[in-house]
Write a new protein. Structure first.
Length: 251
């Protein structure tokens, strides 16, 4: 019996990185996982790699109409929705002087609006059974950088959005818990390519590692294990909380 046995889980941005690691761990713990991503090729390949308990659907999480279609598909295919993991996001680098308003808005639309849209679209279906919503924020919601003005501020909105939706669900007594996850720097293919794109990758990797008081970067499963806990009934008393998994970065 897995820790999330037979739960129906919708996870955005599952084609790669932390989303893929979460999908793998959730499926290993017995869940049926539908991953979505706007990268259809990578998403389909990931679902095929992860096995028969993982399905894929193309979705741009910034499209409100597509959210409704995805939820309709979930209900028609699986009959219910137990867990929603809002993982998809983009990182927009740059200072207040460098970032265009267009890129600033893009960061908010993908990182914040998508979570608003996902919660809004999923709540009616999830309310029928209760469940768990898990929103990916970041240690960057707490630790600011001069060169992350869009990402810092967008990710900071997520724990508060999470608290508000959690209180709404508690008031409605619909059995839905809502929590945020705040990872520190975790080595994914995209983080690898950011490091490799700097003038001195070895030095950058060392700096990234030392930024975490624990002295090293995280692995994707560090976040995935937390997501399994929040998706499972083990976390039944947790709602409205922000869970850091960051090697102490946000202390
Ligand atoms: N990796 C880290 O170090 C780290 C640290 C803190 C927080 N996070 C957060 O964890 C989550 C996952 O991070 P990651 O490093 O795996 O990211 P990633 O960039 O490797 O993967 C993000 C996924 O989201 C998808 N995506 C992007 N825009 C989309 C859109 N509009 N519609 C649908 N899918 C879209 C991408 O195709 C990709 O598969 C993000 O919310 C990120 O902000 C990551």
């Amino acid at each position: 019996m897995g820790r999330v046995q037979d739960k129906i889980i919708l996870l955005t941005g599952g084609a790669m990185g932390l989303g893929k690691a979460c999908a793998r761990r959730l499926a290993q713990e017995g869940a049926r996982v539908l991953i979505t991503d706007h990268n259809a090729e990578a998403g389909a390949a990931t679902a095929a790699e992860l096995g028969t308990n993982v399905d894929f659907l193309e979705q741009d999480v910034t499209d409100p109409a597509r959210w409704n279609e995805v939820i309709t598909h979930v209900e028609a295919t699986y009959g219910r929705l137990d867990v929603l993991v809002n993982n998809a996001a983009v990182t927009v680098f740059g200072s207040i002087a460098d970032v265009s308003y267009e890129d600033f808005r893009r960061c908010y639309t993908v990182d914040v609006d998508s979570i608003f849209l996902g919660c809004k679209a999923a709540l009616p279906l999830m309310s029928k059974t209760g469940g768990s919503i898990i929103n990916f924020s970041s240690a960057a919601a707490i630790n600011a950088s001069a060169d992350l003005v869009a990402y810092n501020s967008a990710k900071a909105a997520i724990p508060m959005l999470t608290k508000s939706v959690a209180l709404y669900c508690a008031r409605e007594k619909n059995g839905i818990r809502v929590n945020a996850v705040l990872p520190g720097t975790i080595m994914t293919p995209n983080v690898r390519s950011v490091i490799d794109g700097t003038p001195n990758p070895a030095e950058t990797e060392e700096l990234f590692s030392l930024a975490q008081p624990i002295g090293h970067m995280g692995e994707p499963d560090d976040a995935a294990h937390l997501v399994v806990y929040l998706a499972s009934n083990e976390s039944k008393f947790a709602t409205g909380a922000a869970f850091a998994v960051d090697g102490g970065l946000s202390i």
